[in-house]
Design a protein around this ligand. Structure first.
Ligand code: NAP
Length: 308
């Protein structure tokens, strides 16, 4: 198969921190163009936006959207209509219905649509999924606490409707839990803390249970300074399983089993290259369903105003 020619849209933090290096390290795909209103990259074709990129005549097989979720639907639609395979950053959209529409469009057009969940590509995720398939789970508890000023400096979109606030990182935890659990779970309570001056929550306290009655709790907080916490603890009849560092480390019964440097985005691009020949549509929306439920069932508490 010939090398896939890729265009990136939105040359912001995640494109620079992760996508560029991962594309470079992946066989079968090369970056040939970038569309970003305020940024450019040496050595590739640069455009203001996706419309200019698609109209330019530069030959592209696939587009990777690294823009904020709000506005991504129109970009993905344009790419699919132009016959390009599309990779979506998480969350795949600002609403569920727009992603269902993209899924339909991609199938009709015969292109791949890959709604990525980078945290699912963390090293401990598949091993824990396999362990849990054979164990009896007693409880699951998630602690995802980080400093928003450090990780999202000046990102205005993240506080706007559709930006998800603390669910922007929190959905990463949900993407792991939905992958590792052997049975489905659903929300039973949601407490959301909204800064007085913002349209999105800065903290969330969620209670779920599985269909079989196992409790699943999640605490998301963007006000944590000092050490950062991205942990999932699972108590089972056969002992404890703890995933730390966003799922890149695994501790079973207090013994470290996996410690891996971050390879998440390499795995995402390897998968994108792999699914394109068969025109696969890979779009599991279950993490976004839980976030939508959290807003739908959420009790809104107003907390101190947040300034960047
Ligand atoms: N930051 C992280 O650590 C991280 C990690 C994993 C996933 N993600 C996901 O990746 C996506 C992008 O996040 P990011 O952190 O890279 O955001 P970002 O730093 O704000 O970059 C997004 C880029 O998209 C372009 N853009 C196009 N339309 C925009 C609009 N209406 N408002 C703002 N920017 C717009 C901007 O470039 P131009 O102005 O040049 O067009 C901007 O630089 C999000 O869905 C996020 O959840 C982020």
């Amino acid at each position: 198969m010939s090398t896939l020619r890729l265009g990136i849209v939105g040359l912001g933090k995640i494109a620079r921190d992760q996508h560029l290096g991962a594309i470079e390290a992946t066989d079968g795909i090369e970056l040939v163009a970038v569309a970003s209103r305020n940024a450019a990259l040496e050595g590739v074709h640069c455009f203001h936006d996706i419309e200019d990129m698609l109209a330019s005549g530069v030959e592209l097989d696939a587009i990777s959207l690294c823009t904020p979720p709000q506005g991504r639907f129109a970009q993905a639609k344009a790419a699919i209509e132009a016959g390009k395979h599309v990779m979506l950053e998480k969350p795949p959209g600002a609403t569920l219905s727009e992603v269902y529409a993209l899924e339909r469009m991609a199938r009709e057009k015969g292109v791949s649509l890959y709604a990525t969940w980078h945290s699912r590509a963390a090293a401990a995720v598949e091993p824990v999924r396999n362990m849990l398939a054979k164990r009896t789970i007693r409880s699951v508890s998630v602690e995802w606490k980080e400093d928003v000023r450090h990780w999202h400096p000046g990102q205005a979109w993240i506080w706007e409707p559709g930006g998800l606030g603390v669910f922007d990182p929190g959905i990463n935890a949900l993407s792991i839990v939905t992958r590792i659990m052997p049975e489905s779970f659903h929300l039973t309570a949601s407490d959301l803390s909204f800064p007085a001056n913002r349209a999105a929550p800065i903290a969330a306290s969620l209670t779920f249970e599985t269909a079989g009655g196992v409790p699943v709790a999640a605490e998301f907080d963007w006000r944590q300074t000092g050490p950062q916490t991205w942990d999932i603890r699972i108590e089972t009849d056969e002992g404890s399983i703890v995933m730390t560092h966003g799922g890149s480390r695994l501790i079973v019964d207090d013994v470290a089993q996996i410690v891996e440097d971050d390879r998440e985005y390499r795995r995402l691009y390897e998968r994108f290259v792999e699914i394109i020949p068969a025109r696969v549509v890979d779009a599991d929306l279950s993490p976004l369903v839980h976030v939508a439920d959290a807003f739908m069932l959420g009790r809104r508490n107003t907390v101190e105003a947040f300034e960047d």
